[in-house]
Design a protein. Structure first.
Length: 274
C-alpha cells in the first residue's frame, strides 16, 4: 500500500498507493538520497545518501531508530544499498568501488570488500542471505560469500558498465544490465557461465525478477520491457515514462504490481496482469 522514495534534496518520502498522496516526509540527510529499501516486515525503511550516511527509519513514527550510521563511504559517497533477507544487515556500495556490510542494530561495520575499481551501482542478496552480488561501472559483476568476504566466482565481465544485478529467487541465475554489449545478460550463479543474452540497443539501469521467476523486467533509457524467462522473448512494453530515463523498479511481493521511477520526476504503478 505504500511506496518509499528518495530525492536530491536529501529527503525520504512515503506515498499512499491508492490516493497517490505523500503521507510522510523524513529529513536528516544532507546529500542526495541515492537508495532506499524496506525491511521484510514492512516496519522499517533504510536510506543511503551522498553524505556518506545511512539511516534506518521507523515507518509508524517517522523517527530514525538507527543512525546516522557512518557507512565509511563519506568521501566516495554511498550510492546503493541492499537489506539482507532477515533485515539484520545492510550492504552498501560506493563511488570508490568498495562494498561494506554493517549491522543494523549495533550500527557497526562488520565487513569491507575491495575488488571493484569504480562505482558500485547495484547490490543484491541471495534469498538465503549467504551471498551478495555487486555490479560496477568497471564493467564487472562480483559474487561475494558473506561469511568469508571472498568472491566465489571469477569477476564476470558483463557489460561496458554494469548498472543492475539481480538474483533469481531460486538463486540459480543472476541477471545483469548495463551499457552496450546487449542490454541484459543471464548468468549461471554457480559457474558464472553466460546462459542467455537479451539484445536491444539501450542502456539498462534497473532490473526486477518476479518471485515465481517467470518474468524478468528491465528499464533504462527507453521503455520498461518484460521478458518471458522460459523463452527469453519480450512479451510486453510499458511506455509511460516517454522521453525519460527510468532509474528504479520495484515489485510488490504478490508480483502483480510494479513501481517505476523516472527522470520525469514521476513514480508510476503498473498492473502486471494487464
Amino acid at each position: 500500500k505504500t511506496v518509499a522514495s528518495g530525492n536530491s534534496e536529501g529527503t525520504v518520502r512515503l506515498w499512499n498507493v491508492e490516493t497517490e498522496k505523500v503521507i510522510a516526509k523524513w529529513t536528516g540527510h544532507t546529500g542526495i538520497v541515492y537508495s532506499v529499501c524496506w525491511s521484510a516486515d514492512g516496519e522499517r525503511v533504510v536510506s543511503a545518501s551522498g553524505d556518506g550516511m545511512a539511516r534506518v527509519w521507523d515507518v509508524e513514527s517517522g523517527k530514525t531508530i538507527s543512525g546516522p550510521i557512518k557507512t565509511g563511504h563519506e568521501q566516495a559517497q554511498a550510492v546503493c544499498i541492499a537489506l539482507s533477507p532477515n533485515s539484520k544487515t545492510v550492504a552498501s556500495g560506493s563511488r570508490g568501488g568498495t562494498v561494506r556490510l554493517w549491522n543494523v542494530k549495533t550500527e557497526k561495520m562488520i565487513a569491507k570488500w575491495a575488488g571493484h575499481i569504480d562505482t558500485v551501482k547495484s547490490l543484491c542478496w541471495s534469498a538465503d542471505g549467504e551471498i551478495v552480488a555487486s555490479g560496477s561501472v568497471d564493467g564487472t559483476a562480483r559474487v561475494w560469500n558473506v561469511e568469508s568476504g571472498k568472491t566465489v566466482l571469477r569477476p564476470i565481465k558483463a557489460h561496458q558498465r554494469v548498472y543492475a544485478v539481480v538474483y533469481s529467487s531460486d538463486m540459480k541465475k543472476i541477471a545483469t544490465g548495463g551499457a552496450n554489449e546487449n542490454g541484459v545478460k543471464i548468468w549461471d550463479a554457480t559457474t558464472g557461465e553466460l546462459l542467455s543474452t537479451l539484445k536491444y540497443e539501450h542502456l539498462v539501469f534497473c532490473l526486477a525478477w518476479t518471485s515465481d521467476q517467470k518474468k524478468l523486467i528491465s528499464a533504462g533509457t527507453d521503455f520498461i520491457r518484460i521478458f518471458d524467462t522460459a523463452t527469453w522473448q519480450q512479451i510486453a512494453i510499458l511506455e509511460a515514462h516517454k522521453d525519460s530515463y527510468v532509474y528504479a523498479l520495484s515489485l510488490f511481493r504478490n508480483d502483480r504490481l510494479l513501481a517505476s521511477a523516472g527522470l520525469d520526476k514521476t513514480a508510476r504503478l503498473w498492473n502486471l496482469d494487464t
